[in-house]
Design a protein around this ligand. Sequence first.
Ligand code: ADP
Ligand code: ZN
Ligand code: ZN
Length: 703
Amino acid sequence: MTHWLAVAVPTPAHSGVGEPLTYRADAAVPAGSIVRVPLGRREVLGVVWGDAPAPSPALEPQVRALAGRFDGLPPLSADWRALVAFTARYYQRALGEVALAALPPQLRTLSGMQLARRLKRLPGPSASDGAAAAAPAPNLTPEQATALARIEAGGGPFLLFGATGSGKTEVYLRATAGALAQGAAAQVLVLVPEINLTPQLLARFADRFGASAVVAMHSGLTPAQRLAAWLAAHLGQARIVLGTRVAVLASLPGLKLIVVDEEHDPSYKQQEGARYSARDLAVYRGKLTGATVVLGSATPSLESWHASTPAPDGPGRYQRLAMPRRVGLGPNDRPTDGLPRVRRVDMGRQPRGTLIAPPLMAAIGERAARGEQSLLLLNRRGWAPVLHCADCGWKSECPHCSAYRVFHKIDRTLRCHHCGLTERVPRACPACGNLDIGTLGRGTEQLEERLIECLANTARPDGTPVRVARIDADSTRGQGQLEASLARVHAGEVDVLVGTQMIAKGHDFRRVTLVAAVNPDAALFSSDFRAPERLFALLMQAAGRAGRDTTGGGGAEMWVQTHHAQHPLFEALKAHDYPGFAARELAERAQAGLPPHAHLALLRAEARTQDAAQGFLAAVAHAAQGALAADPALAQVRWYPAVPLSVQRVAGIERAQMLLESPARGALQRVLASCQPLLHQLRARPAHRAVVRWAIDVDPLAV
Ligand code: ADP
Ligand code: ZN
Ligand code: ZN
């Protein structure tokens, strides 16, 4: 007998086909089964979404048959399918695209036979995994014990607001032990922001629960490793899955607990394809499956902070668990005791063009002479952001992008950080021939060079010269270079480390006793409304990590060079006062109608001309507004005019966006759902031929 199946297949996002397609099979196939089906001239993987209605007799001959099945692979659960369906709907993508992106790519290349062989090779679940503690657990601090008790009492989602070093990881470990004890099939998902942070946490979980209980899931795995990790999670052999944002969509039939570490980190937001937030999906997944959700951070996202703030009429949506005290503080110590002292250098009083103020330079020298490490943060790589000619005004613009090419002195190149165009530095001004071309602004290369110069006469305790190193995207391009550089820092082989924010994240800089933000002011007045939040988190995290090795009151310092020494952000930083910072920032967001007080989405278009990109967005808005005019509930959604992106042109393509803002998520979702078909239809019209691509970004990080 013929069965009709609805199968989610990876249709390209721009094909306009978002729903499952109908296929025929000669036997019933359970929903959630992974199958192989013909699609156009290709054969692709699909996921059976359920039975399909029988096609009309006229269409029946056109319905194609399943090409293959993976027997021996249990179907994906109804919960998993519901999560994928929600993700597709909420982020405005095709169902099959999201479903298939969540499966390991290597599955595509395997036959049923080959998969059966892989399955046989997987280790069976061992009874002791997750049960026996390999490493003994320390006694909990009172704060940890209180937090854990509340997590184990159920409810949530929980926001574990714990200072750096307050022992959040220990709480995750205990909560994991509790979740695994719920049953032999229980599973735990632990999300971390970046691949290079997984090894540290992986080691702590493996120590506690045994290496075979834990699998890692992130984009750095080989296809074969990804498949093995996915299978282990899907079959329940992995009790603990530790991974980056991709892992939030892993199949975990026994899921009982989801931990999102450093929940404020922007890398939880996917920036292409389905632009989902893994943190938000984790919260949704918890609600869907009944798993407990724990979000942890010393500097929570303002969204999570707001959600966990008690409302006048009751508790917040999230339960906040506070652990303000670092492990090891005595009963009479204040939470801020031993944290670095924050020192502000008023750059308005320094000579114009000062890169490192003399008192900061002196402090770095003293620390190096004592054998201590310093860490300098500057969020601009290269030597100088612009090369220019004072005679004619020429600047090192990229011919393909609306951005300047950055001067890299090390290899004497001009490099575009957007399209990658790299050229030798011209010897004379390309416009007027002037030989005396100069630079504007400073980058990490210049900072490194200046430090080497200024510290040339400073000796380390053993009389050897001070060692300066730089870590940024340029110095870590090669494979393993970042790890090698970090290892040198951890081993104490570097005295002064210069870097972009990539070095401040999560890494353990116990020997660092001085952290300096060299030029953080741009974030105070950025057009990106989240820039102050990110700056505050970055500096708090860096300060929390500095000087952890120094005993008894530390003497660690955090320096901030600024023209705005009295800015409330730096006042809050000085007091190590995240709640104070958050309250002020949230009040500003409320006034400006920004998240979490409003919900945003962006329609983006890329086209050969800026006019074409903006015109396309305007046409979509016009059509959507016309179609929705009858629905008064949607009047609350505000449409802004189409504008160019701040970097308007990249690699010769013009980029524009249109902001939609709404006090209610539901209204925004309905508007976006009605834009979706219009984007497809209008894109197909000759009038919009110049449009290259478009995208919808729901809950964008930046606008
Ligand atoms: P966080 O993740 O909050 O920054 P960690 O979990 O890394 O903090 O804990 C900081 C340090 O304190 C770690 O070295 C950890 O092993 C240790 N630690 C955590 N909890 C305890 C405890 N209850 N007793 C003793 N040491 C602890
Ligand atoms: Zn010139
Ligand atoms: Zn470019």
